[in-house]
Design a protein around this ligand. Structure first.
Ligand code: NAD
Length: 253
């Protein structure tokens, strides 16, 4: 799909590493200008440099997606620099550690819900305000297989990702008449800093996780990025409200 996003303006949150960084690079390879955003400035600036090294156009904007003032400023910065916003990938998220519901702390619950769910809603809100003004756009939210089935080690993570799936469908129906498509991608276990510093740390647990994927391996950030590029592009022009699994067959069982 060369240059499928030529002259488009894209935004990726949580783009300092992992799936977000891979998708920012994939958007740039397709010819899009890319606004990279994250709470971690060093990693975000690094992603921007990687895009510029490829000959692409990119800008880093620091934002904590759980804060409405940050998200409002993020979208204003996109418009100030590039004049419009065609594709948004609302991807920032945290894993929330592990624990049983009856042992889980209220602080951990609030933190994960505020970043993973409220953060997606705030991004949708300000992105949609802009997309309504310009007559359309495409948005992809990062949910998870844990937004479709039970089994998350963190109760708030599973709840937040089920929330993202619901929010995605609701937004898709509300804004289809305004030419705004909203989809979600539901990755299986992907090798990124989040899983390398979490679920995959214990080799026995890593083996158990891999064995749950019928394709017999973990996914790569690039495999999610390719899916997000497709969902964002005109190749998916009749796709909205979809929760697309990219999970090696995990939820097909
Ligand atoms: P990652 O840790 O590499 O990336 C997450 C990014 O989000 C980081 O750069 C982090 O700094 C950023 N972030 C965290 N809190 C933020 C906040 N408040 N505001 C802005 N940015 C913030 O991990 P990843 O695996 O690439 O995760 C990306 C997304 O994919 C997350 O939403 C995660 O839940 C989801 N996901 C990951 C997997 C997996 O197996 N890795 C599976 C399913 C879904």
């Amino acid at each position: 799909m060369p240059n499928n996003l030529h002259n488009k303006v894209s935004l990726v949150t949580g783009a300092a590493s992992g799936i977000g960084r891979a998708t920012a690079l994939a958007f740039a390879k397709e010819g899009s200008k890319v606004v990279v955003s994250d709470v971690r400035s060093e990693g975000g600036e690094e992603t921007t440099s990687l895009i510029k090294d490829m000959g692409g156009e990119s800008l880093f904007v620091h934002a904590d997606v759980s804060r409405s003032d940050h998200v409002e400023n993020l979208i204003s910065s996109v418009i100030r620099h590039y004049g419009r916003l065609d594709c948004s990938f609302n991807n920032a998220g945290v894993s929330g550690g592990s624990g049983l519901i009856h042992e889980y702390s209220e602080d951990d619950w609030d933190k994960v819900i505020n970043i993973n769910l409220k953060g997606v809603w705030l991004c949708l809100k300000y992105e949609i305000i802009q997309m309504l003004k310009q007559g359309g756009g495409s948005i992809v939210n990062t949910a998870s297989i844990m937004g479709l089935v039970g089994g998350s080690r963190s109760p708030s993570y599973g709840a937040s990702k089920h929330g993202v799936v619901g929010l995605t469908k609701n937004a898709a129906v509300q804004y289809a008449p305004s030419n705004i498509r909203v989809n979600a991608v539901c990755p299986g276990y992907i090798r990124t800093p989040m899983t390398e510093q979490g679920a995959l740390l214990d080799p026995d647990n890593a083996e158990r996780i891999i064995s749950r994927h019928p394709l017999g391996r973990l996914g790569t950030p690039e495999e999610i990025a390719d899916t997000v590029v497709w969902l964002s592009s005109d190749a998916a022009s009749f796709v909205t409200g979809h929760t697309m699994t990219v999970d090696g067959g995990y939820v097909a069982q």
